[in-house]
Design a protein around this ligand. Structure first.
Ligand code: GLU
Length: 479
């Protein structure tokens, strides 16, 4: 009885390129379904189109799954009870299944040349009819000797089926055709191989992208011919760009998923974000730990329409996970991301700097931009003032005057955060300026950066000598 079967899901990529967000989402959902049920998650390489193989893709797929913690129980590199898990190593198995179909009269050798099939296609086009190979079925096909493609002899009929995500679907018999099972190079097609493998590997849930949904009626026809019970099917919606229906661009996540970890996105944040592409638990909750995802995920709650990839949301979510880390943990994780200028500084200083930017850090690769001024004196950049909304309204003399007052105030301070806060507030009152004017000006003069953490905190970490020096250089540049 199918209800009693232990849950087994699979991720079945073709080694034809890097793993992007859409691919990893399919893997994640299949992994979650298996984990939730205490079942098994299987990795299978579908390499039957060897001309599309990209060197290094297999290792990249394995690395990406490991990096995101989506460990598989069986797979090409670790084996398992249904090994091998690479299709090119399973050709004999497909051949045996193909022979069964030949023997039962449900497969036949395709005697036509490519040019002849093309002529049929053009004929159908000219008659404005959809091309169906089965309309040209040869009456007396040759015996299949492996040199011709082997085709499925379909039995056209209408289908109704349930897709766990897309719901109840139906098609008419016109979509059923005699598709190729084994190509003339001896390799099976995806259409044939995945059905054999999913059956042999006892896969219970086939979770895959939308590009396969139109072929499902043909798969159902083949399942019947093979007398195999179809697995549960779940079709993932497309992932769209943030602003609508445009195709996902590199910026929107059609990039290598390992690029994100290289840029300093935390694995838990990435997994949380990817799970939320098309899925929610029906509440407003957005942050889910991995254990919560395992407990709460369900295919029934995956949306049918395209999921929007919003990089700002990813940044926000990663920032959330960064803020949750202890300073020591964060410090250990960002080690490789400091600007080179920081090399001469000790851990304690760098940790203070990190503590100040932790609040606004969205991913680690931002660290140099956010912290450079703590390590090196940047040249005076007059544009920071001339393009500032409020500061650009001040005259040169007003600016000079304010900076001179700031200089005096800072001279008198012991540079503790408390003392700096108190003195800066007094200066604010005395100057009659708004914080957005006075503090922005001091911030720019001491950091040459458009934004920084709280002014008193920043100055306290920079230290008295350096802060005053920078203020003076800025003043000198105004002469
Ligand atoms: N090998 C297919 C691909 O990489 C996967 C299809 C499936 O999951 O069944 O697109």
């Amino acid at each position: 009885m199918s209800l009693m079967k232990p849950v087994r899901t699979r991720f079945a990529p073709s080694p034809t390129g890097f793993l992007h967000v859409g691919g990893i989402r399919t893997a994640l959902f299949a992994w979650l379904v298996a984990k939730q049920a205490g079942g098994k998650f299987v990795l299978r390489f579908e390499d039957t189109d060897q001309s599309r193989e990209v060197e290094g893709a297999r290792q990249h797929l394995i690395d990406s799954l490991h990096e995101l913690g989506l460990d598989y129980d069986e797979g090409p590199d670790i084996g398992g009870p249904f090994a091998p898990y690479t299709q090119s190593e399973r050709l004999d198995i497909y051949k045996q299944w193909a022979q069964k179909l030949v023997a039962s009269g449900r497969a036949y050798a395709d005697p036509y040349s490519q040019a002849e099939v093309q002529a049929f296609r053009e004929e159908a086009q000219a008659a404005k009819k959809p091309f169906l190979y089965r309309n040209h079925r040869p009456e007396n096909p040759p015996e299949w000797d492996g040199s011709q493609p082997l085709r499925f002899k379909s039995e056209p009929k209408a289908y109704q089926w349930h897709d766990k995500v897309m719901g109840d679907l139906s098609t008419g018999s016109e979509v059923i055709d005699d598709f190729i099972l084994i190509k003339s190079d001896g390799f099976p097609t995806y259409n044939f191989a995945h059905i054999v493998d999913d059956h042999e590997m006892e896969i219970t849930h086939v979770i895959r992208g939308q590009e396969f949904i139109a072929s499902v009626p043909n798969y159902l026809n083949l399942y019947e011919a093979l007398e195999i019970e179809p697995p549960i099917m779940a079709t993932m919606p497309h992932i769209l760009g943030a602003d609508g229906n445009k195709k996902l661009s590199k910026r929107d996540g059609a990039k290598d998923v390992l690029d994100y970890t290289r840029e300093g996105f935390l694995v838990d944040a990435l997994v949380n974000f990817i799970a939320s592409l098309g899925w929610n638990d029906g509440t407003e909750q957005e942050i889910f730990s991995r254990d919560e995802l395992i407990a709460k995920f369900s295919l029934d709650r995956v949306g049918r329409s395209g999921a929007h990839f919003d990089e700002r949301r990813l940044n926000w979510m990663n920032g959330h996970y960064i803020r949750e880390l202890s300073l020591d943990d964060l410090y250990a994780k960002v080690e490789a991301y400091w600007p080179p200028e920081s090399n001469e500084y000790d851990d304690s200083y760098k940790k203070q700097v990190l503590g100040l930017v932790q609040e606004r850090l969205k991913f680690f690769a931002e660290l140099p931009d956010l912290t450079k001024f703590f390590f090196v004196d940047l040249p005076v950049n007059p544009e920071l003032i001339s393009s500032h909304k409020q500061l650009k309204k001040l005259t040169q003399d007003e600016i000079k005057n304010l900076l001179e007052q700031a200089n005096e105030t800072l001279e008198a301070s012991d540079f503790s955060v408390e003392d700096l806060t108190e003195r800066l507030n007094k200066l604010l009152e005395a100057s009659g300026q708004k914080p957005a004017v006075l503090f922005s000006l001091i911030r720019i003069a001491t950091t040459q950066a458009p934004a920084s953490p709280s002014l008193a905190d920043t100055l306290a970490v920079l230290g008295k000598e350096r802060s005053l020096q920078r203020l003076e250089s800025h003043l000198a540049s105004l002469q």
